[in-house]
Write a new protein. Structure first.
Length: 402
């Protein structure tokens, strides 16, 4: 008689521990989700906040990398300091100073995109349960960062000029927040720009009430009309409590992942420690190439502004015919976006699948709100398509909304 041995059974396994509460409570980016389902080449995509790839200065950027690798290869391919390469910090400090805010290289910390700057600030400033005040609507990825930090996010009422200073003061006294987050120039998602008197008033509220301000400025160099408005950080009372964020993503190339923060001396070291824990430093070779490219950046930005200005005008010219009666929209002086409000009977989230069937896409407005959303709103990006593509995309949009 043959005896067969049975294979030993696998021991029963206990479940692995759960994800952290913050990871379970914060969802992904609706914009990324929309881009994933609209990646077909026939789709005219007004959803992404992507610079136009055909305008990247491939030759100029390649030359900067070649110079760095030819002349300083050991430095370029080695570890760097957490604060950033001195050459890039010096070049960026000169640009900020020339724009009206005296800045030295040691005032800056180079980050892996300005999105990382937000994460570092959340790490350095926020405890779980702290309150953060934001605009209404607000940059979506900032809401994600603050949510992941366990913060309570409260929207400040405002109007077409942004957050209202009186409403801000009332919110500060009621909510006792840790910080206020703003994109004052060509805001994402609305495209609006906060005028100088309101910036000065907000700086005064922050000084009176004891409040950090994060002033995010990724789009400020993309101005097509009007005059530059001073940073909030430059107004009296704001210097010791305002962190200014900048980025090379929209004016050089987002794939390099280069941003920076300008912070008061009392906050900068904490941000540097947070960055050491996150990634040690931003890639050295990218920093050195960008430092060289700063010499020609202004000429490149001028070319980009000319093209983007035409694309903005093409979108503005076609909206009245494409959108239903009763719709309204912003007329941005720069940046990448404009904001549409349809009649209140429209729900742009529910309508999106029908619009995508017409091979065009937008971002519904609802995810940009920290509180109760306005479901009749949507965001359109005008920089990635040519004027003929914009006109065709608006024609499709109009058919999808009808």
């Amino acid at each position: 008689m043959t005896v067969t041995e049975s294979a030993p059974s696998a021991p029963s396994a206990a479940p692995v521990p759960p994800l952290a509460a913050r990871a379970r409570s914060v969802g992904g980016s609706p914009v990324r989700d929309i881009l994933a389902v609209t990646a077909r080449p026939e789709v005219i995509n007004f959803a992404g906040g992507l610079p136009a790839p055909e305008l990247f200065d491939r030759d100029g950027i390649a030359a900067a990398f070649q110079e760095v690798l030819a002349h300083t290869p050991a430095q370029a391919l080695q570890y760097s300091t957490t604060e950033g390469e001195p050459a890039l910090r010096a070049g960026l400090a000169s640009r900020v100073t020339a724009a009206g805010l005296p800045t030295g290289p040691d005032d800056l910390l180079i980050t892996t995109g300005s999105q990382q700057a937000l994460s570092l600030l959340a790490t350095a400033l926020l405890e779980p349960g702290d309150t953060v005040l934001v605009e209404n609507p607000c940059y979506l990825a900032a809401l994600q960062v603050f949510g992941l930090a366990g913060a309570r996010v409260v929207a400040v009422p405002g109007d077409e000029d942004g957050a209202d200073p009186q409403a801000l003061e009332e919110a500060v006294r009621r909510e006792r927040p840790k910080l206020l987050y703003l994109v004052p120039t060509f805001q994402n998602p609305t495209g609006r720009t906060m005028p100088a008197p309101r910036r000065e008033a907000i700086a005064a509220v922050a000084a009176r009430e004891g409040l950090w301000i994060i002033e995010d400025d990724p789009y400020g160099e993309l101005r097509y009309d009007g005059e530059r408005v001073p940073w909030i950080a430059s107004f009296p009372g704001a210097g010791d409590r305002t962190v200014l964020l900048g980025s090379l993503s929209k004016v050089m190339a987002p794939g390099l992942r280069l941003g920076w923060l300008r912070a008061p001396a009392g906050l900068r070291p904490a941000c540097a420690v947070a960055k050491q824990a996150a990634d040690l430093h931003t890639p050295t070779v990218n920093q050195l190439a960008a430092a060289r490219y700063l010499d020609v950046l202004d000429a490149h930005v001028a070319r980009v502004r000319a093209v983007y200005g035409e694309r903005r005008d093409a979108m503005l010219a076609g909206l009245a015919e494409a959108l239903p009666e009763g719709a309204s929209w912003t007329r941005p002086e720069g940046g990448m976006f404009l904001w549409v409000r349809l009649p209140e009977t429209y729900d742009t989230t529910a309508l999106l699948p029908r619009v995508v069937e017409r091979d065009v896409a937008y971002v519904p407005g609802a995810p940009f709100y920290a509180g109760e959303p306005d479901r009749s709103t949507l965001r359109l990006c005008f920089v990635t398509q040519t004027p003929p593509e914009i006109r065709e995309g608006l024609r499709r949009l109009g058919r999808g909304l009808s």
